[in-house]
Design a protein around this ligand. Sequence first.
Ligand code: HEM
Length: 148
Amino acid sequence: MTGDKPVPPSPVTLRTSETGEAVQGNLWHELGGRPTFEKLVRKFYEGVANDEVLRPMYPEADLEGAIQRLTGFLEQYWGGPTTYSQERGHPRLRMRHQPFKVNPDARDRWMRHMRAAVDSLELAPLNDALLWGYLERAAHAMVNTFDE
Ligand code: HEM
């Protein structure tokens, strides 16, 4: 006997994935997880590598470290693994960008390379708008000087 109390309904899982896990509906998952985010960031850094203003901001000869950091951050932001914060701590992006001269020109260059990278993913229009809307706002928020 379990007494007179009504038994609470069990949680309902509306959909399950092929492996039986609950489908989270987060954008990281929906866009294809790690491979999609890595493709995005690698494409973005191809643009940076050829940009006369942005490239000198990255002193390392090899952009691989920067690729891994940005990929990890974006994966985490969109609901993927939290490896970025385990390795780097709280993002504090405005603070981390203080050493760099992020003026409107740098921002516009960053956004141009990122736009090309987002285009390369050929996302469904709504997903494209979600991803791009965030990246655009974040880029505007990162401006820390109006010096030429
Ligand atoms: C607006 C123009 C921007 C410029 C010129 C710029 C430039 C840079 C530079 C030079 C670095 C150092 C390289 C590195 O350590 O990885 C960096 C790091 C980083 N940036 Fe940006 N950035 C911009 C915007 C953004 C935006 C909009 C985001 C996020 C959506 C972002 C996310 C990051 C992340 C996650 C790191 C690595 C931070 C760390 O863990 O050290 N950046 N950025």
